[in-house]
Design a protein around this ligand. Structure first.
Ligand SMILES: Nc1ncnc2c1ncn2[C@@H]1O[C@H](COP(=O)(O)OP(=O)(O)OP(=O)(O)O)[C@@H](O)[C@H]1O
Length: 233
């Protein structure tokens, strides 16, 4: 099992107020799957992704990812885990504006002991011919492709995507989903996608729905559909 989350709870302290962002969440994700995480704003989706990826700590429960039990790791080991195993994609791309496409992807490469080839990576995401451009010279979809290349060049086992198509129109968003599905098939990367778009669940092997910090529904799709057929909402 590539990801095993067992009864995980997380509390945020906001002044006097305690917010229970995760309530005994449990989840199993086998290797090489695409998982969609659905749920309303504030339901705990990002918190779940962040604890799985080792960005955040949790208060109770256990998470095992790629054979590592995360609550047993010291901070430096958790950083090492994150660098080695996890790639992150965000809605707002988070590219460095003063670096070119190639230099941005190089940032991801430098984090890895075993990186993939730069040219191959930029060809795969369709950005080789724009390798010397700066982020401001690219469309949103192109910037997201660069962000995907930056996350992938270190050859992570997991790609954790927080609203990867949230800032994109339908046509561009579907191209990004197609790229994520391609990555899953080609490299065997496990892909977790947070989305408000219910339709994206149709292309996932597994769908989970969150509400008020709980995983209230989990089901599997026997035949995930192609991203271009996803109902866009
Ligand atoms: N750093 C923080 N400090 C305090 N509260 C937080 C923090 N991060 C998240 N929360 C709270 O925890 C709860 C879960 O937030 P989370 O971001 O995981 O939800 P989400 O489902 O990803 O929401 P969205 O779809 O709006 O991104 C919310 O009530 C949120 O306000």
């Amino acid at each position: 099992m590539s990801i095993l989350v067992q009864d995980v709870s997380k509390v945020y302290q906001s002044g006097e107020v305690q917010i229970l962002a995760l309530r005994k969440a449990s989840l199993e994700v086998p290797d090489h799957k695409v998982v969609a995480i659905l749920g309303p704003s504030g339901s705990g989706k990002s918190t779940l992704l962040n604890v799985i990826g080792g960005i955040d700590r949790y208060d109770l429960g256990s998470i095992t990812v790629a054979g590592e039990t995360l609550e047993a790791l010291k901070d430096s080991q958790l950083t090492e885990f994150r660098r080695k195993h996890a790639g992150f994609i965000f809605q707002q791309y988070n590219l460095i504006p003063t670096l070119t496409v190639e230099e941005n992807v190089e940032v991801g490469r430098e984090l890895s002991q075993n990186p993939l080839d730069m040219k191959e990576m930029l060809m795969k995401v369709g950005m080789w011919d724009k390798k010397d451009k700066f982020p401001s010279q690219l469309s949103g979809g192109e910037q997201q492709r660069v962000a995907i290349a930056r996350a992938l060049i270190k050859n992570p086992e997991f790609l954790l995507c927080d609203e990867p198509t949230g800032a994109l129109d339908e046509e561009t968003g579907k191209k990004i989903l197609k790229l994520l599905q391609f990555v899953n098939k080609t490299y065997g990367t496990t892909v977790l996608i947070i989305t408000h778009n219910q339709g994206i669940g149709e292309m996932a092997h597994k769908v989970i729905r969150m509400s008020s910090g709980e995983i209230v529904e989990a089901y599997e799709n026997e035949n995930p559909i192609a991203p271009e057929k996803v109902t866009w909402a």
